[in-house]
Design a protein around this ligand. Structure first.
Ligand code: F6P
Length: 546
């Protein structure tokens, strides 16, 4: 990015912040077209940001900033497979994972799309064999349970999507083990029959200690129950490190590869999606990919101020870098998206939680916000108090489907939607002291009581939220939504001036854990650790002493 034009565009936005709408009730009252002007649709997906404190000038200035950072050029570079992940010298081509068959995507003179479809076909054949019972367990029994062992990007996407698409689930039961805490694999295997269980070991690098430790435990469990020869019938693997998979002893016909141009947190479209495919079947999985591809087309071709990922990114940047809001809450009014916030935490925070710009300098604006959330309506009965009356403003992203999958429970869905709409309206409108007083007096409360209590019943309002509204959470729509979030992260990264595709920040803790293991085991002393760490280790040993 060119420093001076960027600083000038940022300064213009920050100056404008003083004049941007402050009173959202007034903003809606003075502009009957506010919803129309600050919402866009892409087919049956609507994005509404009219309840955010922006006006036409804000959007114009944000668009200008996007042009200063050459968002369109950077977007084209990503789609074209340029090595935009400069710290790892890699292309970023997760979009190729969902490109239609026959559409060549060239990287270093090679058509990666052909490779992608080769792996998809192999996955589909394997998934069908497992789902039909053709590929049975070592004792001849049909596989009824699939346990995916992976962590981070090799876990969160499949977990989130498998749950989101539960109505389409007609394959074996899906389980996920990620944590190195032995409790996770112990509780998952309890009740499973080794003879009917398939493990998928999913790891891009095939070195991640959590995954390797859990995989070894799973292999012991199968060997103890069925003998060492059974391993080939009960394990499959997904990785870019095929040599390491071979060393683990997994039958090469059950190993599905992907490539270094797929970041872990962008990998659920690759073979990492195998547990999703096992659960919902290859046809539904292809619909999921097609949905993501439709969003890629929208992102690549739609003018900036009609482009949903761009708009979400611009509004996100406005809230984070201009308004200085430190967090954003993602609240799906869609129970089956209950793992979406956790998935987005990796996608967004591992991508944009950086303080160094792509050119190695210090970031000039705050970068990625804290992302968190829980499904509505449950969140309403937990943390919404703080969203409405806390001292910090936390922009909220609401997601909701117009239709559920349970037509006989329509009254539930209507109540769900009414709650979603009510929350965004309440955040925006708030309640004045006068309104609180009037309501209490109307209910017959004594004036002295009203004076005492009314301040507690005031809501400031003017708290920003956006809403994503879609017809139904089917595989195609889920694909569109996830690709939308991926592209929004990309847009924000360009505005922050950072590389969204590395994750050096996760390394230090891993290195220290390796050094601390012999200390925790008691084989080495804690002399090299700081006093706090040494004290904690000593206390662990004391607590373990009978
Ligand atoms: O520790 C972070 C990370 O490297 C993520 O980026 C990645 O998704 C996860 O670990 C798992 O890595 P792998 O798939 O190589 O086991």
């Amino acid at each position: 990015m060119t420093e001076q034009p960027f600083q000038a565009a940022l300064a213009a936005l920050r100056n404008h912040h003083q004049e941007a709408p402050k009173n959202m009730r007034a903003a809606f009252a003075s502009d009957p077209k506010r919803f129309k002007n600050f919402s866009v649709t892409d087919d049956d997906l609507l994005f509404d940001w009219s309840k955010c404190a922006v006006d036409a000038t804000t959007m114009g200035l944000l668009e200008k900033l996007a042009r200063v950072v050459d968002l369109e050029g950077k977007r084209a570079a990503m789609f074209a497979g340029q090595r935009i992940n400069i710290t790892e010298d890699r292309a970023v081509l997760h979009t190729a994972l969902r490109s239609p068959r026959g559409e060549a995507i060239m990287l270093d003179g090679h058509d990666v799309s052909a490779d992608v479809h080769g792996v998809l076909d192999a996955m589909a054949a394997f998934a069908e064999d497992i789902r039909s019972g053709k590929a049975a367990g070592a004792t001849g029994k049909k596989i009824t349970d699939v346990v995916n062992i992976g962590i981070g990007g090799s876990d969160l996407g499949p977990v989130m999507a498998t749950l989101a698409l539960a109505p389409y689930h007609d394959g074996p039961r899906a389980h996920f083990v990620s944590n190195i805490d032995g409790a996770h694999i112990h509780d998952t295997l309890k009740g499973l029959d080794a003879g009917t269980t398939l493990f998928i070991i999913a790891s891009k690098t095939f070195t991640t200690v959590e995954t390797m430790t859990n995989a070894a435990t799973a292999r012991r469990w199968v060997e103890n129950a069925l003998g060492a020869k059974a391993v080939s019938s009960h394990f499959a693997a997904v990785s870019t490190a095929l040599d390491k998979v071979a060393a683990f002893g997994i039958d090469p016909s059950r190993v599905f590869g992907f490539w270094d141009w797929v970041g872990g947190r962008y990998s659920l479209w690759s073979a990492i999606g195998l547990p999703i495919m096992m659960a919902i079947g290859p046809r539904n999985f292809r619909d999921f990919l097609a949905g993501a591809h439709a969003m890629d087309r929208h992102f690549a071709t739609t003018p900036l101020l009609k482009n949903i990922p761009v708009l979400m990114g611009l509004v996100g940047f406005w809230h984070r870098a201009v308004c200085n809001y430190p967090a954003r809450a993602v609240i799906p009014y869609d129970q089956r998206l209950s793992r979406l916030p956790a998935y987005l935490q990796q996608l967004d925070m591992e991508s944009n939680g950086k303080s160094v710009t792509i050119t190695g300098g210090a970031a000039v604006t705050p970068t990625g916000p804290l992302v968190w959330g829980e499904p509505g309506t449950n969140g309403q009965h937990a943390f919404f108090q703080l969203l409405h009356q806390g001292t910090d403003f936390i922009p909220v992203e609401f997601l909701a489907a117009a239709e559920g999958h349970e037509p006989d429970l329509k009254e539930h869905h209507d109540l769900l939607l009414a709650n979603c709409l009510a929350q965004s309206e309440a955040l925006m409108k708030g309640r004045t002291l006068e309104e609180a007083r009037r309501q209490m007096l109307t209910k017959g409360m004594k004036p002295e009581e009203v004076d005492k209590i009314a301040p507690h019943r005031v809501f400031s309002g003017n708290r920003p939220s956006v809403t994503l509204l879609y017809r139904k959470l089917d595989p195609h729509m889920l694909g569109r939504l996830i690709a939308l979030y991926e592209h929004r992260v990309f847009v924000e990264a360009q505005l922050f001036g950072i590389n969204a595709f590395d994750q050096w920040g996760v390394e230090l803790g891993k290195e220290l854990a390796t050094g601390l293991l012999p200390v925790v085991e008691g084989r080495e002393n804690a002399a090299r650790s700081d006093a706090s760490t040494a004290g904690l280790v000593e206390h662990i040993h004391r607590l373990r002493t009978p």
